[in-house]
Ligand binder design. Sequence first.
Ligand SMILES: NC(=O)c1ccc[n+]([C@@H]2O[C@H](COP(=O)([O-])OP(=O)(O)OC[C@H]3O[C@@H](n4cnc5c(N)ncnc54)[C@H](OP(=O)(O)O)[C@@H]3O)[C@@H](O)[C@H]2O)c1
Length: 341
Amino acid sequence: MSKIISQYWRLDKRPKNEIEDNCLSLHKEEIAFPEEGEILFRVIYLSLDATNRLWMGDMEELYIAPVPLGEPMYGFVLVEAIESRNDKFKKGDLAIGLATWSEYIISDGSNFTPFPKPNGFPLEAAFGVLAVAGPTAYFGLLDIGQPKAGETVVVTAAAGAVGSLVGQIAKMKGCHVVGLAGSEEKCRWLTDELGFDAAINYKKENMLEALKKHCPDGIDVHFENVGGEVLEAALTLMNLKGRIVVCGLISMYNKDMRQSGPRMFHNTIMKRLRIEGFVVLDYADRFPEAHAVLSQWMQTGRLKYRLDIAEGIESSVNSLRRLYSGANNGKMMVRYSPAPE
Ligand SMILES: NC(=O)c1ccc[n+]([C@@H]2O[C@H](COP(=O)([O-])OP(=O)(O)OC[C@H]3O[C@@H](n4cnc5c(N)ncnc54)[C@H](OP(=O)(O)O)[C@@H]3O)[C@@H](O)[C@H]2O)c1
């Protein structure tokens, strides 16, 4: 094997608010040939997830260990084994896992799961939809939200990777679906292409008034990706025995989250609400179930998706920042190297 030089991103400073230029830096290292039991992986795609910003912080209550300062940044990646001295993966196998933001990775394979080549849709879509966003939408909505036909479901960051899937699945379950998004184009996509019943441009409209208008029978399931003002508006309009699925609070990730809390919280008593947060990793054992259903919907065109793919490891940090400004248009990911034929 000829000498491989791999670039990787290192966390140098914990961001206080937005991710500043001096928080992460790009470095080079020489990759050794895998030892007995190891695999050399080439990274094809990096998934950028809003929660990556939280992993850069030092919140004690975080659900995984924060990235240590001076160490490589981590995220979900799709990789191909290019050399293997491990029975779990042979040369050419694809896998996904939580690993470093690097062009090449040497691993014993324990943090990787085999990822079969998809049938009927591209590999980039398989990774973009099935790795994180799809199972999050599927289990968050169906297991926790438990929507029933005829109920009203509201979803925030509705044109994003998770939100766009949540709204479509809720439509399949026969619900009245209202999404919130940050541009006219995103709102049009929700109603014209994905079949949402209504879309609210939260940057232009008064959220409480718009939700009242489009949810005349109140809200039964609120799927929260954003938090803050929209959560307060939803709490105001929840129906008796409503469910609030707390999937994400992206509006707070670049701030000290411990300082904020929703008003109208007393409605949890008045309306006997169930509010439940979750982390998709808790459902890892059931991912095959979600993958089977979501793949079938993708193959038949029932489930639509948008991918926003940046090129090259250099673009990783700027691509992550796009999530917090709404500049991304669909599932944000970075192509580190070409997908296999
Ligand atoms: N619990 C879990 O296990 C889990 C797993 C995956 C994702 N999540 C959560 O799901 C949410 C969506 O993540 P994603 O990966 O699918 O990203 P995404 O929705 O594709 O992208 C993030 C979107 O959030 C919206 N946004 C950003 N800042 C906002 C603000 N201040 N106010 C309102 N909207 C804002 C933007 O859309 P607009 O243009 O519409 O503003 C942006 O496009 C995040 O909160 C994430 O943490 C949770």
